[in-house]
Design a protein around this ligand. Structure first.
Ligand code: TYM
Length: 329
């Protein structure tokens, strides 16, 4: 049995990128693995959420996670900040993380570009906190989308370095959990790049039908194919990628063929895509609304999840402290 860990930042709602990149596999995963699913609220502090919003965001993501089929009886679903062992492991791992390698990560370089006024140390050590999340449960499988590939590689690096420094084989090397497929990158609707919370280019599981239609109809396209069998430009390829995720093979083949023979009308493609997204997300949305209204269920679930997570985390931390050489008098 493998130990699987999956995390999601508590900033904003779950979008199709989160769903197809990671969450869609959770139901299957929890059947035959030891699963930990958590909401990364410490990570969200890199962008200073208002104190009055912090808890609500966590609650929203918790409801959305559960609505996607996580079973709290089978898995541990918890909030990162409920597990105080994580920051301690983070501190310890920071001692073996080099500033140079952290500065070179793509996500850090992106942040320097996108939020130059707030390049805080939390951003620099973001991969170390992620590694602590993973290693505290000695997870060997981590379901992630393509965007988190490098962070996971860093976690492997820190695990290996710890093992090497202390001449131990304590930490397993966490590998991506991808069900044998390529890591997925779900594109956004703005023509370029990935679907993301901060990018504002996404479709959320909680979006209602009218919102989805509006967003999809506004998706960036181009002026259309002019030559038979030409390679689609990025915005069009992105729409095809989304279509493949939510529509039947017949539907996506139909539009791809129309593209190839230059008869495609993007309006029709978008209409179909919007309706298929709506069909796909509607039952999840209903579930989210239902769960989010049940405060008692959420409270109980988070409490039980935290207990399970702390049990596993405190065991690891105790071992790590011993390996490093701490002793109580
Ligand atoms: P976050 O909240 O950005 O995303 C959560 C999960 O969704 C996947 N994902 C995507 N997959 C494909 N295409 C996309 N457009 C897309 N957008 C998001 C992510 O790969 C991820 O699996 N730092 C993490 C949260 C985290 C974490 C961890 C994850 C903290 N500690 C430990 C795994 C293990 C993050 O911001 O994910």
């Amino acid at each position: 049995m493998e130990t699987v860990l999956s995390g999601i930042r508590s900033t904003g709602n779950l979008h199709l990128g989160n769903y197809f990149g990671a969450v869609r596999n959770f139901v299957k995963m929890q059947e035959n693995n030891h699963c930990f699913f958590f909401i990364a609220d410490y990570h969200s502090l890199t962008t200073y959420p208002a104190p009055e919003d912090l808890h609500n965001s966590v609650r929203t993501v918790l409801s959305e996670y559960l609505a996607c089929g996580i079973d709290p009886e089978k898995s541990a679903i918890f909030v990162q900040s409920d597990v105080r062992e994580i920051p301690e492991l983070y501190l310890l791992l920071n001692m073996n993380a080099y500033v140079g390698e952290l500065e070179r990560t793509t996500s850090f370089k992106d942040k320097i570009r996108t939020q130059p006024d707030n390049v805080n140390a939390g951003l620099l050590t973001y991969p170390v906190l992620m590694a602590a999340d993973i290693l505290i449960h000695k997870a060997n499988k981590v379901p992630v989308g393509k965007d988190q590939e490098q962070n996971l590689e860093m976690a492997r690096k820190f695990a290996k370095r710890f093992n090497f420094m202390y001449k131990t084989e304590y930490f397993p090397e966490p590998m991506p959990y991808n069900f044998g497929e390529e890591l997925v990158k779900v594109p956004g609707l703005d023509g370029t790049g990935k679907m993301g919370k901060t990018a504002g280019n996404g479709i959320y599981l909680i979006d209602d039908a009218a919102t989805i239609r509006k967003k999809v109809m506004r998706a960036v396209t181009d002026s259309g194919p002019t030559v038979e069998n030409q390679t689609p430009t990025e915005p069009i390829q992105n729409l095809f990628t989304l279509l493949k995720l939510v529509s039947s093979t017949d539907t996506s083949d139909f539009f791809e063929n129309q593209y190839k023979n230059c008869s495609i009308r993007y309006g029709d493609l978008k209409k179909q895509l919007a309706e298929d997204i709506i069909l796909f997300t509607a039952p999840i949305r209903e579930k989210i609304l239902e769960i989010n209204a049940d405060k008692e269920y959420l409270r109980k679930t988070a409490r039980v999840g935290a207990e399970k997570a702390r049990e596993s985390a405190s065991k690891t931390l105790e071992d790590v402290r011993r390996i490093i050489g701490f002793k109580t008098f």
